[in-house]
Design a protein around this ligand. Structure first.
Ligand SMILES: NC(=O)c1ccc[n+]([C@@H]2O[C@H](COP(=O)([O-])OP(=O)(O)OC[C@H]3O[C@@H](n4cnc5c(N)ncnc54)[C@H](O)[C@@H]3O)[C@@H](O)[C@H]2O)c1
Length: 464
């Protein structure tokens, strides 16, 4: 009899080609290195959802509405966790995800799997949505890309700088379509703000206040649901071994046990094994817009300065700061002040006035109040990437899967943006006020420990 494990090994082995991963079960698998497939206009994109939690359901709902997409597989090590996320009406797990897909298509065709390696090995899948916690993004993206699958990867795309570099390398090598889930790149208020700044409509503009959220323990009141002690693994991590599959490359808790609530989306974000706190969680949005406005998509700042924070080094669960501020300094002298004390969004200070942008909100300075991009944007002005009229960030990805063209937030762009957040977190972790960075070499130039922390350690046999 062929066990599931035997099936996995044989399916992946017969696919031939490069050996690629060892897992916590100490097995080695291989996958076929495949070229990305571009479906013809008459064919649908077969999409697999990896990570059926809060954002997985949100993105999947948009993909389901796109008639060019067929969601064929849903994958999560959780079968069904019931009411679980901070959006309390939502659920999590592969069973409710399958139920939603089947209800949409009015059939029972959607396959559900617990182990994402079955998705990677499945040659019928063209593209994957990766909506797992942050510690999984790099590994799952790289494996999917090597198997020729197009990737929509949730932000922050990496847990650390070394992961992002490897993702960029593999994206380039394989030529797959890659969209980072920093969806503000597909929102017109952010694009218009960046075009106005880049085109000089504020006059000389040398600073910006960037407001990110603060807090480090379940801003939706989930702190109470988190235990501090080891506890039994919930039964919904099934079949056996699926808590390992959730933890993946993250360092295990003692004895590979569980801490009550640690897998909750409002808890893992604030633990350094699995997330980067609010600086990466929201930096992936607003620092991305900062980079866009400054035309820095293929470069970055030269320093982080003036870091202050209240990280509690004795809290092993919530081990990122609740309150923080730091400056992002560019070679031009431009300085962005980042703090959880500013209103959420970006306020650019120009010699002709301030421009403030946040989700659904664009406040232009007085002299631009009547400005209208249709009539007032000049031929010489900076025009930034915009998705096809009326399409979402998800649909922009599907457009590019067909065309082979660019996406709103390609891998290399998302990497440069999130690198800034990682730099700030490294400052925080080292307890230093500043770090110097060489954006061309992508290295810190004044601190060897910082370069060591830029290298993400993967545990339990997982390797990038
Ligand atoms: N773009 C946005 O605005 C936005 C908003 C919210 C979340 N996110 C991002 O989406 C990602 C998920 O966040 P969330 O809030 O949905 O978290 P979540 O905890 O609700 O969902 C994560 C899901 O991934 C599953 N998972 C864990 N390991 C897995 C594995 N090996 N294979 C398959 N599934 C696995 C979990 O069981 C869970 O169901 C994060 O990276 C987060 O930053 C983005």
């Amino acid at each position: 009899m062929l066990t599931r494990r035997d099936f996995m090994k044989s399916a992946l082995a017969t696919a031939g080609a490069a050996p690629f991963l060892g897992a916590s079960c100490a097995e080695t698998f291989t996958i076929a290195a495949a070229a990305p497939r571009r479906p013809s206009a008459s064919n649908r994109v077969n999409l697999a959802v990896i990570g059926c939690g809060t954002q997985g359901f949100a993105n999947m709902g948009v993909f389901l509405q796109d008639p060019r997409v067929q969601v064929t597989v849903v994958c999560d090590p959780v079968l069904s966790a019931g009411k679980y996320s901070y959006q309390s009406e939502k659920t999590c797990g592969r069973a409710p995800a399958k139920a939603q897909v089947d209800a949409f298509y009015k059939n029972t065709d959607c396959k559900m799997v617990a182990d994402f390696r079955e998705v990677i090995a499945d040659p019928t899948i063209d593209a994957v949505l990766i909506a797992t916690p942050d510690h999984w993004h790099a590994l799952q993206s790289v494996l999917a890309m090597k198997a020729g699958k197009h990737v929509y990867c949730q932000k922050p795309m990496s847990l650390g700088i070394s992961e992002g570099k490897e993702m960029v390398r593999v994206a380039k090598e394989t030529g797959v379509t890659f969209q980072v889930g920093s969806q503000q790149r597909s929102s017109s208020e952010f694009r218009v703000a960046c075009e106005l700044v880049a085109s000089g409509y504020l006059g000389r503009c040398m600073s910006c206040d960037v407001g990110l959220p603060g807090g480090n323990k379940g801003m939706y009141g989930h702190e109470k649901s988190v235990g501090r002690d080891l506890s039994p693994v919930p039964g919904y991590f099934t079949p056996e071994g699926m808590w390992d599959m959730w933890q993946g490359p993250a360092e295990h808790w003692e004895g590979n046990k569980f801490i009550q609530g640690i897998h909750d989306p409002m808890c893992w974000r604030w633990n350094s094994r699995t997330g980067g706190g609010m600086i990466t969680d929201w930096g992936a949005h607003h620092l991305d817009i900062l980079q866009w406005a400054l035309g820095m998509d293929s470069s970055g700042p030269v320093a982080i300065e003036n870091m202050t924070h209240d990280r509690d080094p004795n809290d092993r669960i919530f081990d990122w700061a609740a309150n923080y501020s730091f400056d992002v300094v560019y070679a031009s002298g431009f300085r962005a002040h980042v703090s959880n004390k500013f209103p959420n969004g970006l306020r650019f200070h120009g010699e002709k006035g301030d421009l403030f942008v946040s989700r659904g909100h664009l406040d232009k300075p007085e002299h631009l109040r009547k400005w209208n991009e249709k009539s007032d944007l000049k031929g010489s002005d900076t025009k930034l990437y915009r998705p096809r009229a009326g399409v979402s960030h998800e649909m922009d990805f599907i457009d590019a899967v067909y065309s082979g063209g660019r996406t709103a937030c390609p891998c290399s762009v998302g990497h440069r943006s999130i690198t800034i957040a990682h730099m700030a977190n490294i400052c925080e972790r080292l307890g230093v006020a500043s770090l110097k960075w060489d954006p061309a070499a992508e290295r810190f130039t004044d601190n060897a420990d910082a370069n060591r922390l830029a290298e993400v350690k993967h545990h339990n046999g997982w390797k990038l």
